[in-house]
Design a protein around this ligand. Structure first.
Ligand code: GRF
Length: 192
């Protein structure tokens, strides 16, 4: 099996990234993760990837005057490392249409809500405030626009009466770590 050279884009602690790295250690997983890029130098995920022997670099968005300039550098780094597929995992930068067009059909993201509900931030608080009885996470293809694009896979849990945004986020994260590796494999297998 030819494995697809995959980069993971992060901004923070990198727990989803670690779940992807763990799963992709198996030669049966279709992703070969060869690169991690963070837009924030302080992202804990950079050290975690490095400790695993994965090339981990920072392209700090604050070093660029425009979003387009940042994305040009990001794209150049991906190409320089022969990357064929991108998994965004807690990557907190909105990508412009220009970048998305270059990677459309080869870039996925995980979002902590049952899309199309609750695009954007504070999804757990919004689900609780709305009185929802269930909440979840979605892995989706990246299209232009925040948290848009066809859904690949979702996981759902019950919202408990005494849940607050933190307890709900913690239970959703457990679901995310399970869902994302399988959804990445599914997305890559759908390419061929
Ligand atoms: C996850 O909940 C992800 O769905 C959201 O941000 C969080 C990132 O966590 N977009 P981590 O960096 O994977 O630990």
């Amino acid at each position: 099996m030819t494995r697809v050279k995959t980069a993971v884009l992060i901004s923070g602690r990198g727990s989803n990234m670690m779940a992807l790295l763990d799963a992709a250690k198996s030669p049966d997983h279709p992703a070969e993760i060869t690169l991690v890029i963070s837009n924030r130098p302080e992202a804990l995920g950079l050290e975690k990837a490095d400790a695993r022997g994965i090339k981990a670099i920072c392209i700090d968005h604050r070093d660029f005057d425009t979003r387009k300039d940042f994305e040009q550098e990001l794209h150049a780094a991906l190409i320089a490392h022969d990357i064929e597929f991108i998994a965004c995992a807690g990557f907190m930068r909105v990508l412009t249409g220009g970048f998305v067009a270059k990677w459309e059909g080869r870039m996925i993201n995980i979002h902590p809500s049952l899309l199309p509900k609750y695009k954007g931030l504070h999804t757990h608080a919004r689900a609780i405030e709305a009185g929802d009885t269930e909440h979840g996470c979605s892995v989706h293809w990246v299209a232009e626009g925040v948290d848009t694009g066809a859904v690949i896979a979702q996981a759902k849990i019950e919202i408990l009466p005494d849940d607050n945004p933190d307890t709900l986020a913690a239970r959703i994260l457990v679901q995310e770590l399970d869902l994302y590796p399988a959804a990445l494999a599914k997305a890559i297998r759908a390419l061929s």
